[in-house]
Ligand binder design. Structure first.
Ligand code: HEM
Length: 585
């Protein structure tokens, strides 16, 4: 019998056609009810069963070793949604789903690296065929599996079957330190990210081979924060005002994630390309969409074996179309700036102080073309927008579900702003605001893994853990929920880090931008997120603005909207609305 099922689970939406006779009965054999995320409602649980069965059909029974790779972890939500669309939209993908898994499965059996990993314990089934069930489990129960591995093998390594091979996960200070110290020729962050986003096909070889925009972002968004703060603040205020229209003292329901995405996109682009372009709705839409397109392209390309990836890259990416759309927005500005550079040299009155200008100042040869510069701006947006929007939305949910936290935050912001005005220095003094955001990321940060690396050659850790070349290695971020590191780790305590700062008697160790073996939201070590100084400053200004300007509460008062997860990543609720009204007290 041909069944066509359309399944909605929380924010997942999958649609497949399958030749199955009893889809709903079979699935119940696959997982215990405890493994269904507790955040899902009873009605969603039955949908989840359908979904798991369908994914099982598509990915496991295939039998498949589909390659759709992790992760700039915070992007899984985008990935999750678009994977589903791809699956339903494209007949070529259906063909790929039918044929490629077999090829990939056979080729994976021959991979010597997989045999060399046999000494590392496995979470989930490890026998050759059953490991495909492990992949399916990881898709649906990723954080649970990582928690299980962390609890059993804390301080050492375990592995999990991932879509294109074994993923080794380490934990504990000494392995994390070893991973942090390893050179890029041993464990490469760039190659792990390139594999995740298939950068040579989605962004093109220039970004893959020469990510010079990362050092520009690192320096601009670290050293200039005080200088750019007035613009950041101005854009936050005006984008909140535009996005949330209030009538009198009435409550207004606002879709939180979409609205925060608008605010973050405008604010980030105020720094990337300046006014008035950052306020152009089509330009904003392009930047939000571009990330989705890259992930969509990467997902699709990863479905193909290496040998077919160049063809898939040509068929399934529309990055060129995005660049052309970006050119329509930025070409005139870039050409005018080149004219000014020619006329005045390195400096002139009113020389823009934005990322685009910094790129133009250092770009060499073919990187100087309009298209190449547009691509770098799109790449900056790719790194910045979705991760920041998801993080801030989660913090907003914690605030709106617990309005009793607003008072102490207001008190702090009031005191600091009266003394300092709105400035970077003022943000530095807001310990409660910092602590609130940091705690919300500790509880529900981008995901259960961090510091993803690809082994460029065989690597052995000090405890004997052997990682063959080509393997992906990450750190379990489960330490965020470990009582050895945090008292009452499953309680949201907004002032946790502020108190730790007060007790430690010094200012920096427990602030949000600081990374450590116990706080991995931004990674740790020399590849730790270079945008974190900017984004923390931006989110602090946003939270301070919210508490000073509005009252907030959840539509369903006091209830934190359930998040979803996919593989190892956490995604804040995409549909929940937060109620805003003009501040009453
Ligand atoms: C709350 C928001 C953000 C979170 C949670 C986040 C998290 C991360 C994480 C976990 C990494 C990998 C670190 C590692 O492998 O050790 C990373 C890398 C990176 N992030 Fe972010 N990020 C955020 C915002 C931003 C922003 C706003 C920008 C730029 C404007 C940015 C630019 C980058 C870049 C360029 C890298 C790659 C660094 C490298 O490979 O050396 N991120 N981020």
């Amino acid at each position: 019998m041909l069944l066509t099922s359309t399944v909605t689970v929380s924010r997942l939406h999958f649609s497949f056609s399958s030749h199955v006779s009893k889809p709903f009965e079979v699935v119940e054999n696959f997982g215990s009810s405890e493994s269904v995320p507790s955040a899902l409602t009873a009605s969603n649980k039955s949908s989840l069963s359908v979904l798991t069965y369908q994914i099982h059909k598509a990915l496991v029974r295939g039998p498949g070793h589909l390659t759709f790779r992790p992760v700039h972890v915070e992007l899984f939500g985008v990935l999750e949604r678009h994977f589903s669309r791809l699956m339903s939209d494209s007949s070529l993908l259906i063909l790929a789903l039918a044929v490629l898994p077999v090829i990939l499965f056979l080729s994976s059996l021959l991979k010597p690296a997989n045999r060399k990993l046999s000494r590392i314990p496995t979470i989930g089934p490890s026998a050759p065929l059953l490991s495909y069930y492990g992949v399916y489990k990881f898709l649906i129960h990723g954080p649970d599996m990582i928690r299980e591995g962390y609890n059993k093998y804390k301080g050492s390594a375990f592995k999990i079957a991932d879509l294109n091979g074994w993923h080794v996960i380490v934990s504990g200070p000494s392995l994390i330190e070893e991973l942090r110290k390893a050179g890029d020729d041993q464990l490469s962050s760039k190659e792990a990210l390139n594999e995740l986003v298939q950068a040579q096909y989605t962004f093109g070889p220039s970004v893959h081979d020469n990510p010079y925009h990362i050092s520009i972002l690192r320096s601009q968004l670290t050293r200039n924060l005080a200088e750019i703060f007035p613009e950041v603040h101005d854009e936050i205020v005006s984008s909140f005002t535009d996005a949330i229209s209030l009538t009198g003292d009435e409550w207004t329901a606002v879709p939180a994630l979409a609205t925060m995405m608008q605010v973050i996109c405008r604010t980030s682009n105020r720094i990337f390309v300046g006014l008035p372009k950052c306020r152009d709705p089509d330009y904003s839409a392009l930047n939000v969409q571009f990330t989705i397109d890259v992930i969509k392209g990467a997902v699709t390309i990863n479905l193909f074996p290496d040998i077919l990836k160049p063809i898939a890259g040509r068929l399934f990416t529309n990055v060129n179309a995005s660049i052309s759309r970006g050119v329509r927005h930025l070409e005139r500005m870039i050409l005018e700036r080149y004219r000014a550079m020619e006329e005045f040299g390195d400096d002139w009155p009113d020389k823009p102080n934005d990322t685009l200008q910094r790129l133009m100042d250092v770009a060499q040869s073919e990187e100087r073309t309009v298209r190449a510069l547009v691509l770098r701006i799109l790449a900056a947006n790719f790194a910045a927008i979705h991760s920041s929007s998801m993080s801030f939305t989660q913090a907003l949910y914690y605030l709106a579900a617990n309005p009793e936290f607003v008072g102490p935050l207001r008190e702090e912001v009031d005191a600091v702003i009266s003394a300092e005005g709105w400035s970077k220095a003022a943000m530095d003094k807001m310990r409660k605001i910092d602590s609130f955001l940091k705690e919300s990321q500790r509880m529900m940060g981008p995901g259960a893994l961090s510091m993803m690396r690809k082994a460029m050659r065989d690597v052995a850790f000090g405890d004997g853990t052997f990682i063959p070349a080509g393997t992906i290695v990450s750190v379990a971020a489960m330490v965020h929920h470990d009582e050895a590191a945090y008292e009452a780790p499953d309680v949201f305590d907004p002032w946790r880090f502020a108190s730790m700062r007060d007790e430690a008697g010094e200012g920096t160790k427990y602030q949000m931008v600081s990374t450590s073996v116990d706080y991995l939201v931004f990674g740790y070590g020399r590849h730790a997120c270079p945008g974190r100084f900017f984004v923390v400053n931006e989110m602090k200004a946003m939270l301070a603005h919210v508490v000073m300007t509005y009252d907030v509460k959840m539509e369903e008062e006091g209830v934190l909207p359930p998040h979803s997860h996919f593989k190892s990543s956490f995604v804040p609720n995409r549909n929940a609305k937060v109620l805003f009204r003009k501040r009453q007290e």
